[in-house]
Design a protein around this ligand. Structure first.
Ligand SMILES: [Zn+2]
Length: 247
């Protein structure tokens, strides 16, 4: 109970403190699709749909979840990680054990990152984990400056378009999750990104016909990709988006 409260407070404080502010260049709307953990269907159907639309995604992975069964899916395999990496998708970082940032002190967080980096370096030595996503979307005001020294960016699950002056260490991301959003909700985010010239980031997990409460159908992903194409918005990885905004 106390720990849950501390976690929520730390997450809330992290939104407002120790920001790494970056002003977006004038009007260059773009979209990133990100998948956390990640289920084998994200690496399969999810990645194929992105590729078919000329886009690439970012996969925030925890070494401990690779090839492991979870409540709603099976974790992607090492082979799938290599395939994604070679196809130009970005392999990015969660904590190795998938523990929340708020439950880790500085030494424990450093160890989590080190273990995760070593894990993926062994899968393919050319994989560099440059960007981080907070497990469960829960940031920590205490770990934020530590992560800022280690990663180019950190992503939460605070919805909304990244616009004007953004915090690189608390990137906003909106759900591409059938339980939470429908096609008109997706369209509204795209319209806001076009109007503001901002950077829209979606997060999700599985991509299957009957998704978990944390995932989406191929139809919803297809809709979002068409929405991007209609608006001439490039579909880029987090790393590529950072390059384009000069971060
Ligand atoms: Zn996760």
């Amino acid at each position: 109970m106390w720990s849950a409260l501390q976690g929520r407070v730390s997450n809330r404080l992290a939104r407002h403190f120790r920001a790494v502010p970056h002003r977006l260049p004038a009007h260059a709307p773009m979209v990133s699709f990100t998948f956390d953990d990640a289920p084998d269907s994200a690496a399969g159907e999810g990645a194929s749909l992105l590729e078919a639309h000329g886009g690439r995604g970012t996969f925030y992975l925890a070494g401990s979840l690779i090839d492991q069964p979870a409540d709603y899916w099976h974790g992607l395999s090492n082979d799938a990680v290599v395939r994604l990496h070679r196809a130009g998708h970005e392999i990015a970082c969660h904590t190795f054990s998938h523990r929340r940032a708020a439950d880790l002190d500085q030494a424990a967080m450093a160890q989590e990152i080190e273990r995760n980096r070593n894990y993926f370096c062994e899968v393919d030595p050319s994989i560099r984990l440059e960007n981080f996503a907070y497990p469960y979307g829960l940031a920590s005001v205490w770990r934020k400056p530590q992560l800022a020294k280690t990663f180019r960016s950190a992503r939460g699950i605070l919805p909304g378009v990244n616009r004007d002056v953004i915090d690189l260490q608390f990137l906003r991301a909106s759900p591409l999750v059938d339980c939470e959003i429908d096609v008109s909700g997706v369209d509204r985010y795209f319209d806001e990104a076009v109007a503001s010239g901002g950077w829209l980031i979606f997060y999700g997990h599985d991509v299957v016909a009957h998704p978990s409460p944390y995932g989406c159908t191929p139809a919803l992903l297809r809709h979002a990709l068409k929405a991007a194409a209609t608006r001439n918005m490039p579909v880029v990885t987090i790393a590529e988006a950072l390059r384009r905004i000069g971060a």
